[in-house]
Every structure is written in C-alpha cells, then in structure tokens.
Design a protein around this ligand. Structure first.
Ligand code: CO
Length: 462
C-alpha cells in the first residue's frame, strides 16, 4: 500500500476559515490526548491568524497555548503556518526578530514550520528557513498557487527546486483560494517530480469552490506525500475537505493514511457540540459552508470575498459589489499579478473598493500598496503598470534588494520599551509582533492576577 500523510487542520486553518479563528483553547484542550492517538502525520495548530486572535480576541497567551498543545500531543508532530519575513503579522520584521521568533517556536514545541511568502519571493523566507533548520525543526517551503498569464508550470518547478536547494525538507503547494483544479494539481506535482524535486510534496487546498476533494484525490494519485484535511464538522466550504471521507475514499484506492478511523470518529464527536455552540452564537455562519463556484470566475479567495462584502456593507454600498468584483482582477494585473493571499489579498481588495467608490482609479492609493510598489514586500511576480509606478515613485526607483536588510534590529529596543511589563522574552516577541494587542493583553493579565490575589487573601481571611 502507498503511504499518504494526513495533516489535521481543525485547530488552525479550519477554524480560521470557518469562524475567524475564534476557537479558545478551553474548547479543545480536552480532546488533545485523543487526537494524539489518531495517527495523523501532523496537527496544524498554531501560526496563521491564531497568534493575533489569541492576543486580540481570546485573552490567551499564544506561547502558553503552544506549550499546552505540546504537552498533550506527545506522538504527533505540531505544525504551524508562518508568513516568512512577515512572521504572523502583516509587515516585514527585522532578521533578529524573525530568528528569535522561529527559534522560540521550535523551542516551545513546533515540529514543522510551513513557511511562505505572499509573492513567492523566496528571499523573504530564507531567514526563517535557515533558523528553522538550525533550531532542528522541519522547514516546509511553500509555493503559493495562483493563476495568471505569468504563472506557469516552469515557473513553479523553478520555485520548487530553489526551495529544495535552500535545505527545506518538504514542499507545500498552497492553494489558499481552492481554485486549483484536480488536473492542474496532478500536472503540477508531476512537473515538480519530473523537474527533479525530490523532497516530499504536501498539498493544501480549501473546499470553497467544490474542487478541493477531487484535487486532493488527484494529488494522491500524482504521488503527493500528504494532504491537509479537517475533521468533518469543521470541514467543507471555506475550510479543508473532510478528513474521514478523504481517508475512506483513499483507502479504497490503495492508500494507507496511517490513521485510526475509530479515533477520527471520537475526535469529530467531540467537536460537534463545539461547532453547534459557535453556530448558535453566530460566530460560525453556516453560509461559509456552501460551495462558491463563482470564485473560479473571479479568482478571489473565499475569505477575501466575504471581506469585500463586509467593507461594502459598512460603506452602505453593497450594490457596487459587481463593479468591485470586476475591478479586483484589474488591480491585481496592474500590480503584477501577486497571489491573493495575506497580506496581498487585503491590499488588492481595499484598493479595488476605493477605485470603484471614488469613481476614479488610483485617485487614492493605500499606504500598503505604495509600500508594495516601492518594493518593500519583495519582487512582484510580473511587471507593475509603469504609470502606477510613476504616480507613486515619481523619479525614484523601487528597492531591488531584500527589504529586511534595511531594518534595524528590534528585540533589545522592544525589551527596553516594555521593561517590567514583559515577564519573559516571549512577551517581548508578542509585543514586537502585535504591539497594541500585546500591551492590552499584558494589562488584562495583570488585572486578572490582581483579582485572583484579592480572592486568595479573602479566602485566607475567611
Ligand atoms: Co489555507
């Protein structure tokens, strides 16, 4: 039987995609020991938006969350998603921050770090990959999959080979929008293998357009080493295809996924009431579960589409949605076809909305879009529209070097700023990553401690 690895995503991408990453650890800690028995290759449980969400919405220390998960998952690898030089944030951090953050992630339990850059500019993942390898974890280099007149198999194979030569032990094809068709996936894996890529290839997609299930089957057929899936009650729609169903189908096709079906059932049985609770609270809108074949036409990720709708509703301009949807691919083309993944998806979406609402294209250009045009995010996949470049830069020329080289070290300065508010170097890293959210979190933590102390004194007195 051929082996095929399963990565379970319920603790990260599935709940990020379905309910905006609002799953507190108290809602899943009790199932971790069982999950450890399932036989998953890995559990994606950290990174992506979880870090931000822990500090901003859940009042949790993200580092503590990682340690708690690690204490339960003793036999299963922990996996996270990291945005290269952007870490888990939305701008580039200095190299010293990137190295410290990656090292701290590994030291606190991370086994596999999936590292990507939104522009597939591999200079932006090099530092993170290097530190991950030095710290002794698996560095999984990533190709962000997108469709455009300039993205083709040759370019992807070149990326795959470069990722392998950087020392990454595995490669991920990341289809954040769920637009990769089964045949495209098959052809891409075949081309990567034929092109000489020898490291294992993992496929990440979303069920948004309904293609995901078929795409993962073709991935297995083409010789992928593993696929990402989500336990059934947290699967489908903008999340990943279903773990149990994929394993069921694949085992009949001669694949050994190494998982125990009875444990998969226990895991899902645990999450059913959790899902129900969030549906009732309105955090989990079942609308995200329906298939959006439109994404194939617009080439817009599901999450981005819902952001556009929210933006327009807030502006009382939802009737302009069709215009914005038509403008989005134009903005993307003007910007040299960046893949629509964080942070590019937000930048392109906001700019398209502004272009439509102001009735004039690029009358107002977003701060981030300007930074992108200056070259701060890396080299765009294609050429940016020359007129747009001129409008933003005038006679200046864009940065061609790696932007992070121009950033001063951040850690010592941040440590000084925080002073006694930081209980550890991990706090300093949280603060550098998300200054406002971290400060707020530290304050709440102090408050909680004070309240607890008061109660303890009272108890003693009584
Ligand atoms: Co994803």
């Amino acid at each position: 039987m051929k082996k095929l690895d399963i990565t379970e995503t319920v603790l990260r991408d599935a709940n990020q995609s379905l309910m905006a990453t609002r799953l507190p650890i108290t809602d899943f800690e009790d199932i971790l020991d069982t999950m450890d028995q399932a036989g998953y290759h890995s559990v994606e449980c950290w990174g992506g938006a979880t870090f931000d969400s822990c500090l901003r919405y859940l009042g949790e220390d993200p580092w503590e969350r990682l340690c708690t998960i690690k204490s339960h998952l003793k036999h299963t690898k922990l996996q996270m998603l990291l945005r290269g030089q952007n870490l888990l944030g939305y701008h580039h951090y200095s190299d010293d921050t990137v190295r410290r953050f990656v090292r701290a992630s590994v030291e606190n339990g991370m086994d596999i770090i999936r590292i990507f850059d939104a522009l597939n500019d591999l200079r932006n993942i090099r530092t993170a990959v290097d530190e991950c390898l030095k710290a002794g974890a698996e560095a999984q280099g990533t190709i962000c999959y997108t469709l455009s007149p300039i993205h083709n198999l040759e370019a992807y194979v070149a990326l795959g080979k470069e990722i392998e030569s950087m020392g990454c032990q595995s490669l991920c094809i990341k289809d954040m929008a769920g637009i990769m068709s089964p045949q495209e996936c098959y052809d891409l894996i075949t081309a990567l293998k034929k092109g000489g890529v020898k490291i294992p290839i993992y496929v990440h997609t979303h069920a948004t357009t309904g293609l995901g299930y078929m795409t993962l089957l073709k991935a297995a057929e083409a010789g992928a080493a593993g696929i990402d899936t989500a336990t059934s009650c947290f699967s489908g729609g903008t999340s990943q295809p279903t773990t149990e169903s994929m394993v069921y189908a694949l085992s009949q096709m001669g694949f050994d996924c190494g998982v125990k079906y009875d444990v998969l059932k226990k895991v899902n049985d645990f999450f059913v009431p959790v899902q129900k609770k969030f549906v009732e609270k309105g955090t989990f809108d079942p609308y995200v579960l329906s298939v959006k074949a439109d994404a194939l036409t617009y080439q817009i990720p599901g999450g981005m589409l819902s952001n556009l709708v929210a933006q327009l509703k807030a502006q009382n301009a939802i009737d302009r949605l069709d215009e914005v949807l038509a403008e989005t691919p134009k903005v993307r083309a003007d910007l040299g076809y960046p893949p629509l993944v964080t942070p590019m998806s937000q930048m392109v979406g906001v700019q398209a909305t502004v272009n439509v609402l102001l009735g004039e294209r690029y009358k107002n250009i977003g701060k981030e879009v300007k930074a992108y045009i200056r070259g701060e995010y890396g080299t765009p996949p294609g050429k940016i529209d020359p007129e747009l470049v001129k409008k933003v830069l005038g006679d200046e020329s864009p940065i061609t070097g790696r932007y992070a080289e121009t950033l001063a070290p951040e850690f010592e300065q941040a440590k000084k700023e925080l002073g006694s508010r930081a209980q550890s170097d991990l706090d300093v890293l949280s603060y550098i990553a998300f200054p406002q959210q971290a400060e707020q979190f530290f304050e709440q933590r102090e408050l909680k401690k004070a309240v607890k102390a008061t109660y303890t004194i009272k108890e003693v007195r009584e």
